[in-house]
Design a protein around this ligand. Sequence first.
Ligand code: 26W
Length: 809
Amino acid sequence: MNYNPNSTEVKQLIEGVLQRHFGCSAKEASCDQMYKATAITVKNILSDKRSAYKKKVNEAGAKRVYYMCMEFLLGRSLKTNLHNLGLATAYEKALKKLGFDLEALYECEPDAGLGNGGLGRLAACFMDSLSSLDYPATGFSICYEYGLFKQMIVDGIQVETPDVWLPGGEVWLAPRTDRTYKVRFGGRVKEEWKLDGHCEILYEDAEEIEAVPYDMMISGADSAAVSQLRLWRARNIQKFDMRLFTQGQYTQAVEQSTNAEIISKVLYPSDNHTEGKLLRLSQQYFLVSASIQSIIRDHMAVYGKLDNLPEKVAIHINDTHPALCIPELMRILVDEYFFSWEKAWDIVTRTVSYTNHTVMPEALESWNEDLFRLKLPRIYMIVKEINERFCREAWNAFPGNWSRISQMSVVGYGQVRMANLSVIGSHSVNGVSELHSSILKDSTFKDFYRLYPYKFDNVTNGIAHRRWLCYSNPGLAELLDECIGTDYRHHPESLSDFAKFADDATVRDRVRAIKHENKVKFAKMVREKTGKIIDTHSVFDVQIKRLHEYKRQLLNALNIIGLYLDLKENPNLEMQPQTFIFGAKAAPGYDMAKRIIKLLCMISKDIDQNPRIKEKLNVVFLENYSVSMAEALIPSAEISEQISLAGKEASGTGCMKLMINGALTIGTLDGANVEMQEAVGAENIFIFGLTANEVEQLWLSGYRAANYYISNDRLIRIIKYLSTGFAGESFADIAAYLLNNGHGVADPYMCLADFESYYQTHKVMIDAYTNKDAWNRMSLLNIAAAGKFAADRSIEEYADRIWGLKKVK
Ligand code: 26W
């Protein structure tokens, strides 16, 4: 197949698909049909390219990486695939001849929102880099029928509705009904020793569910490689119960079959918080078992043996969610291929590596031991064996230290602890920023670090800079092309060449003009969608991320309330107009997060009713924040809010997207902010607040909110006003929460401790904004320093130090 069709050929391809799939001509086609036909032609090109690439990988006997993740937050695919394939112009022309506008077709694609936030988006960015850098890679996840819920805001309250993405999203999926696997749950396990000395494992009354793969191709940018993302869907295979059916119990017979399929129904919407639900455990094992079987099948097809697995295969578990890879691979090696335990363990630990993405204690997964045993009896036996052997090893290392060993063990206090399993069963454990990786060593996994210091590593996160800069901010990309050439598209570190233009007034002015154009475009979009008017001469101050107390949207709100009161008291106050833009989803059961959304919405509503205030201060809460919305908003952002309590944000990646688009950061010394400061220089970033060490000290000595409150008049006014409230609603509950009054809930994220420093730093930043020339210079230097934060760099580090991968061109 021709991977580089010209516009005439593209036109023919599209017409062919329209005819075959929809029975219509281009003239008769709706936008939706045209989008689908276009996507199908791209998918076909990618499938052929992938087959050719796979052949090369097999011939070369190259090592591959399998990236396991419960979430892939892909967003849209058409635009990135077309640009990466170098076909955007040919398609644009072809579609024009067919009477359609490519840019408009992009909008027909629903976001594939198969993820919650950072972890899932990182996985998607990594797939892009893996293929662009010619590394053989497959991602594994679940084909959720519903992705992350759609958020509606009704009177300031978040209402969740199901995200039905498949009707438009399935054009990218290729079902492989010839490559299904069975996954077993429940029942009883029997061991039967055979005469030849091996032990056969028999299952009684287990439930078998079929895993059907749906494959998606992910194009690299100007590369030979095409990565594959394999998404598993659950299908019932247990015979339809005819007995029930003939007895007239039709619905019961149907119910049984849908029960199995519930496994791939919906993504759990909780970010950084475990619920310990049995269905979630089933999802995890379903993903892991089907994927490991698929890996083994592919490997055996090429090599016919498994001894060389660690040389040819790297399995990466993205956070602990797929940690059952470890016992599942043990199960297959020991039960099905009759490896000795020792040999199997050696293979597993040399194959598997693990990344931790959070230090929040409530996000560390552990399962009730009884549930675990009932649901996964054989895996439970294997985990127990892993644990016993580990405890013996730990006993030798720390003789007599029971309390330490019991903290490190996989099974303890009636719980199965996934983080401990992940560390014990992997050869590499890494965090996602320097600070985070050192917190893992010094605290979260302190004892493991003593035992296995050689396992611990850091790979700072990165973003798909082609998607987040080149394709979503074409104006800026064009300027960069002109100034420094196009090399940075493949070697993001070359962005540093742009720093040479810091003293060039024309380039600085263009940076600013591009930002302004992007602001106008974004404001227009908001106006069309919501009717809300944004002043494009106000500074766009943006906080976009999941709503969580530790991310401190509340701290931002307190500062906004301060400005609101300033203007209320003195409507003539000279002030740089500011627009605070928020995008955030709250986990459906997270009441405090929902209250904070309500507070932001009510401030916004209140200001809308106060025209004098609105001239200078505006708050916009964007409904249903998503990847596509981020792509539209980030190019227009000027201030990037990265204000988590230090020590809590593992890395953050939104900060990188904003930086590479020329926004200036106001942030704490947390996660990747620390390295951003190193990269851009302290004079080009606005750092405030407690450091991670100071937070730790304050926590140990006892955080008392009142100490900060009583000595700060501004804070007193703001917090008192919370009770008065906005647009008729009091937020006395939030005031009490911040002051640790009444409810007994403290503010564990110390908003008041950082308030003064935040307020002062924000003020300095706004002053800096009024000096346009100096601001543009800083903006330019941020773009130039953002190269380090590309996923291409992260992937090179993983490939080199953790996976031992080589490129196949
Ligand atoms: C079990 C519930 C659950 C679900 C998701 C627990 C934890 C998670 C994720 C690990 C949370 C997450 O997305 N963490 C984010 O990962 C990003 C990518 O590494 C980091 O940039 C963010 O700092 C981190 O919060």
